[in-house]
Design a protein around this ligand. Structure first.
Ligand code: IMP
Ligand code: MG
Length: 174
């Protein structure tokens, strides 16, 4: 039948942590406007929930990227599959990712938005696999550091499945 999934972070813990990050962002930006750049598809679930926990005036836009870093080369070549609709110029950009793994995606996007003249660029990820880092990236907001295992749920997929699971789980591929 299907793959076996073991719960790593239960739903209540994820929700509580997202509320904490939202409160932290609200305090850090203290009423200033923030611009959430949510990276599709994985961060859509986290990003929408995080947005509801931010009390500053908030704009949301979405972007899709793909990375060939792990499969074909170690160059970490990141491509934009869908760009933003809005300009980030002079905005307090917060890049919202599902997980930071090699660091290639967030490193690329951070430089991209600096070049597009954002007022500030902050980096936020629900999950962090520090053991897998290839490029040094300074994270501003991290939900949970996790071991080097393949996880699904809360937006993360395995072959496009399991994004809708309300918890983060480790998939044992059958
Ligand atoms: P990186 O930091 O550029 O290597 O890329 C992170 C991206 O790899 C994430 O946005 C996910 O799409 C994907 N990814 C990394 N680890 C996992 C995992 O354990 N489960 C699902 N997707 C993952
Ligand atoms: Mg992703």
């Amino acid at each position: 039948m299907g793959d076996k999934i073991n719960v790593l972070i239960p739903e209540e813990d994820v929700k509580r942590r997202i509320a904490e990050i939202g409160a932290q962002i609200s305090a850090d930006f203290d009423g200033q406007e923030v611009f959430l750049v949510v990276i599709l598809k994985g961060a859509a679930f986290f990003g929408c929930e995080l947005a509801r926990c931010i009390t500053c005036p908030t704009t949301i836009d979405f972007m899709a990227t793909s990375s060939y870093g792990s499969e074909t080369s170690s160059s970490g070549d990141v491509k934009i599959k869908k760009d933003l609709d809005l300009s980030v110029e002079n905005k307090n950009v917060i890049i919202v990712e599902d997980i930071i793994d090699s660091g290639n995606t967030l490193s690329f996007l951070s430089e991209l938005f600096s070049n597009r003249k954002a007022k500030s660029v902050s980096l936020c990820a629900l999950l962090d696999k520090p053991d897998r880092r290839e490029v040094d990236v300074k994270m501003d907001y991290i939900g949970f550091s996790i071991p080097n295992e393949f996880v699904v749920g809360y937006g993360l997929d395995y072959a496009q499945k399991y994004r809708n699971l309300p918890y983060v789980g480790v998939v044992k591929i059958s």
